[in-house]
Design a protein around this ligand. Structure first.
Ligand SMILES: NC(=O)c1ccc[n+]([C@@H]2O[C@H](COP(=O)([O-])OP(=O)(O)OC[C@H]3O[C@@H](n4cnc5c(N)ncnc54)[C@H](O)[C@@H]3O)[C@@H](O)[C@H]2O)c1
Ligand SMILES: O=C(O)C(=O)C[C@]1(C(=O)O)C=C[C@@H](O)C=C1
Length: 295
């Protein structure tokens, strides 16, 4: 098949929010003749079948992967090495593999270890779209519409593989961007992984207090906005934090310095300093929101 023609068989490992939404979007665009799903449990796959997200539940990896046009790995990033190890021995010469993991350096390392001379058939990707809800039930065909999808192609990724992955995400409504894996991980440590860690930390601290019921009873929209993402999947975020440990620790240290500055200003009763910090943040936040409504 050509690099941008509608796909024949698409195999999805991990038919949850991200894998399920990819399958639904490709089907809605008429870009996949058949979607076969692999899961960790039969329960989650049965649900994906009942919801019409996949056409079949896969049982034999070799049989399904060898003649697939595209394989998407959409499992927690900590499972990527094990999933790649299952796929690698059965990869057909025409099969292209991509992933949706929130981190890229670890995924690239696993791919290099597993795919050997077939590494050119792998194109790492990360859709910058999601939600705090997970599982097949949360999947939506429009999740990726108008959202950025970052590809981090390897020097070895073949032109055909890149074009096929690009075309699949575009069919889902995504807007393709490219970054090097290390740069990707530094960027998302700052704007995605750190915010999740902070949100989990705040809710965790409140939840273990004796007076949590009183606190939560009065928590309102500010709390709701700051903590929506603390309802995200613990296993997925455990894996992301560990996979991006170095960059995330750097961001955490910077944030602690920022908090220390604010704490010192507060202790001094230095309103001018607090206001100046809030003012810079407000302007940056408003400009960011404005730029997002323009695109
Ligand atoms: N949720 C988001 O906002 C978001 C956004 C972009 C990328 N991602 C990335 O996408 C991937 C999937 O996230 P999600 O939100 O769809 O999670 P999810 O929990 O909704 O789905 C993951 C699915 O993978 C299955 N699974 C786990 N281990 C497996 C294995 N070894 N083999 C086969 N299936 C397995 C689970 O049963 C589940 O159905 C993660 O790598 C995550 O980092 C998530
Ligand atoms: O909207 C959310 O709930 C998300 O957390 C989505 C979000 C993000 O941080 O923006 C989370 C992880 C991804 O890898 C990409 C997107």
């Amino acid at each position: 098949m050509s690099d941008t023609a509608p796909l024949g068989k698409v195999v999805v490992f991990g038919v949850g929010l991200i894998g399920g939404s990819f399958a639904l979007a490709l089907k809605a665009a008429g870009q996949a003749a058949e979607v076969v799903g692999f899961g960790r449990t039969l329960g989650s796959l049965t649900q994906a079948l009942e919801l019409g997200i996949v056409d079949r539940a896969g049982f034999n990896v070799g049989q399904e992967v060898s003649n697939a046009d595209l394989v998407l790995i959409a499992t927690p990033v900590g499972t990527t090495p094990e999933v790649m190890a299952r796929i690698a021995p059965c990869l057909g010469s025409q099969t292209v593999v991509t992933d949706a993991g929130s981190t890229k350096e670890d995924v690239v390392e696993a791919a290099r270890a597993c795919f050997g001379e077939r590494i050119g058939q792998f194109v790492p990707a990360h859709p910058i779209a999601g939600a705090e809800n997970s599982g097949a039930l949360a999947a939506r065909p429009d999740l990726y519409r108008g959202k950025q999808v970052v590809l981090t192609p390897l020097a070895e990724s073949s032109e055909l593989s890149i074009a096929r992955v690009r075309s699949a995400w575009e069919a889902c409504g995504g807007e393709i961007r490219e970054l090097a894996p290390a740069e990707h991980d530094r960027v998302f440590a700052a704007v995605s992984h750190l915010p999740h860690l902070l949100s989990f930390a705040l809710v965790h601290d409140l939840a273990r207090r004796d007076n949590r019921e009183l606190l939560f009873a009065y928590a309102a929209s500010g709390f709701r906005d700051f903590t929506r993402i603390a309802a995200s999947h613990p296993e997925m975020w455990r894996d992301i934090c560990l996979a991006n440990q170095k960059a995330l620790l750097e961001e955490l240290d910077r944030y602690r310095e920022q908090l220390d500055e604010l704490r010192d200003a507060l202790q001094r009763g230095d309103g001018a300093s607090l206001e100046a910090t809030f003012d810079v943040a407000r302007t940056a936040r408003r400009e960011w929101a404005e730029s997002k409504t323009r695109t």
